[in-house]
Ligand binder design. Sequence first.
Ligand code: AHR
Length: 493
Amino acid sequence: MARTQVTVHADTPAPIFDKRLFGQFAEHLGTGIEDGIWVGKDSAIPNTEGYRTDVLEALKALKVPVVRWPGGCFADEYHWREAIGNPASRKVKINTHWGYVAENNAFGTHEFLNFAERLGAQPYVSGNIGSAPPYEMAEWVEYMTSPIGSSLAKERAANGRDKPWKLAMFGLGNELWGCGGNMLPEYAANLTRRYATFVKVPAGEHVMKIASGANDADYNWTEVMMKMAAGSFDGIGVHYYTIPYDWSHKGAAIGFDEDQWARTLAKTLHMDELVTRHAAIMDKYDPKKRVALLVDEWGTWYDQDPGTHPGFLRQQNSLRDAMVASLNFDIFARHTDRLRGANIAQMVNVLQAMLLTDGPRMVKTPTYYAFDLYKGFMDGAVLPVDIRTHDYTKNEWSLKAISSSAVKGTDGVMRIALTNVDPDTAEPVVVTLDGAHAKSVTGRILTASTIDAHNTFDAPSAVVPAAFKGAKITADTITLTMPAKSIVMLELR
Ligand code: AHR
């Protein structure tokens, strides 16, 4: 008998896997935006109205549902007026958080909202609560959304955009407990109430107001925000980064050993406890689950790549990162009653990026391909799974060998995701469908020969998905052997 048995409860669907759980974060940080997304119309790098064509096309293929911008820590020092109008007259300021470099503001409100529109993504704009008055924020929202011929709407039109944009989400500051103002939770809750009052969109429209949530396991933050201010917001965004060691020595992005592989994957599973406990606090104050929990920032954070600019948070991305993504998606699937959004940090060139660029070259990372494998989960009905498996253990790190989640997609296709975290041992798996039958199974697999396998500009296909033909189906049972260190996405019809 197989050591791993997965039961998919197809007859008791859970709330949908909100597509916004595949959101991405793009901050003015290093080359995340400048050079990563935006090169300007006059660049020799092929571009579409200033956006890198290669990056646009790669992101469109992922069907990115949400882009969060302009920060991050950058948001609470951002003044939108400095980044509209003639690019040559925009304010050049110091990016005090990220490398103390000049920020030319070439990518501002218009460039961001048009970018999101081109991707078909919902724009999520983070407001400045830390260092700007409420009227600055209120005017920004009016500038973006007002259809009436107000002075701000006329100014927007004069800057090239007649029709207002649809603003999906608005962040009430970022990390108010830290770079957003070092506030105590009671003060942050009061400020959240105050600023939320002035976020107004036209009649008949709705913008989701997102409060700045807890750092990691700061449950008191959630408690206070929910108790004092839940009526003022529609969502609250917790931040959790997976760091193999600690903030002073995070660990390398590649060239690591199996201990670091295991500790990284074990530490990323902390997300499950975090979401469970933050959600339980929210249940006390919002039993009807009106307020969404978002994981506003998540992903791996390693020591920056050797030789890269300090403060630019540039890191390679390996098969391990793809595993971090799949394990987190499986966790998200267990919490869709409350969890309705997440933004990986970040989109291009920063932290656990989808894409890396260098001048005219671009490469898709293993994380990109993990997102690609799972994209059929978007808005699908979650099918709860039970997993009986054994532990994979390395030194003091121990985790279940197999992780899994499943949905019935909006196209009617049942999708079952499986991850084998064991780097050396293949795992026979039996999947039983409870309450469903299928006639055929196809699959795709993401794996590689080494734990730190990664794609480079010269070898961009070291970690790419391939067809998986190893699954056999008989009505309600699927049998397969999961290769070591692999992610498999099955599709059942
Ligand atoms: O993503 C990088 C930084 O991490 C963000 O600016 C901040 O919100 C978080 O601390």
